[in-house]
Design a binder for this molecule. Structure first.
Ligand SMILES: [Mn+2]
Length: 291
């Protein structure tokens, strides 16, 4: 009679969980549209639109052990949020694959650091993003969403890094990427070569057994995902991102979906975010079932 109000089909207890949904409601460094702090709950609400059965993977999410831990209390200070996220990840059981619902993109560096600290080994980090996010600081803080990839690259213990969907950054950021040999693929690369070819190249570069996937929803064209902090035209399609999830999920130790700003949504961006999270779980569960 009483429905749970977390992520749909996430009714397992943490000690039994194979998948742990964690909300990170932080938007303290938003530079254009704020409101990503409301992202996790909007994704949860949207998740109830979908069947528990994934017909592509022949996996029923209601038969999986998924736990929704709720939201971390992150406040508005980026330093506090970063430390809290790291502390929270240390408490997660190693057997549960975390699915982090953002929150702005500044949540990703402490997630990556927290996962490395758990001794998961050398992680290949794949970021889907319109923006390079390679600034050393932005808006008086090094913890800004505009510095996310720069901080990820500084994280000790990660394997390789690549990003796909790039179409925005300062001249200094592009110079930094080129001089530093940072692997990035533009949305034009995806348009010209196709997502599968770009993913082939990115995965070959990452060359890691374990991967981490960070989806900044602004990687998508605003026609697919309008409700993001910094929308950028000429982006990827929902099919492109779906294929990336299919390819990465089997090797992934975790996922984050960030930058949803629900106040600018008619529901379509939250629905896509929820669907991608569910697809990630189904794709991973399919591989686990075969093994
Ligand atoms: Mn971005």
């Amino acid at each position: 009679m009483f429905q749970r109000c977390g992520f749909a089909d996430a009714d397992a207890d943490l000690q039994d969980a194979s998948y742990a949904v964690v909300g990170l409601p932080f938007d303290g460094t938003a530079s254009f549209r704020s409101g990503a702090r409301d992202g996790p709950d909007a994704i949860r609400l949207a998740s109830f639109n979908f069947e528990s059965y994934d017909c592509n993977y022949d996996i029923d999410l209601s038969e999986l052990a998924i736990c929704d831990l709720g939201n971390m209390d992150l406040g508005a200070d980026p330093v506090y949020a970063e430390e809290t996220i790291k502390e929270g990840i240390a408490l997660l059981p190693r057997d549960a694959v975390p699915i982090f619902l953002g929150g702005e993109h500044s949540i990703t560096p402490p997630i990556v650091d927290g996962l490395v600290q758990k001794g998961l080994g050398s992680l290949g980090i794949l970021v889907l993003d319109a923006h390079l996010d390679l600034r050393d600081a932005f808006g008086c803080t090094r913890y800004s969403h505009a510095c996310a990839s720069r901080r990820i690259l500084e994280t000790k213990g990660i394997g390789a890094y690549a990003c796909i969907g790039i179409r925005s950054g300062s001249r200094e950021e592009f110079s930094f990427a080129k001089e530093g040999g940072i692997t990035y693929y533009t949305s034009r690369d995806v348009d010209e070569r196709g997502i599968n070819d770009v993913l082939d190249r990115a995965l070959e570069w990452l060359n890691c057994e374990r991967l981490y996937l960070s989806i900044d929803l602004d990687v998508l064209d605003p026609s697919f995902a309008p409700a993001v902090g910094n929308p950028e035209p000429f982006g990827l399609s929902s099919w492109d991102v779906s294929r990336a999830v299919d390819r990465i999920a089997p090797q992934a130790v975790g996922l984050d979906i960030n930058e949803l700003t629900p106040a600018y949504d008619h529901g379509e961006t939250a629905l896509l975010a929820a669907r991608l999270a569910r697809q990630f779980i189904a794709a991973k569960a399919k591989v686990s079932a075969v093994r």
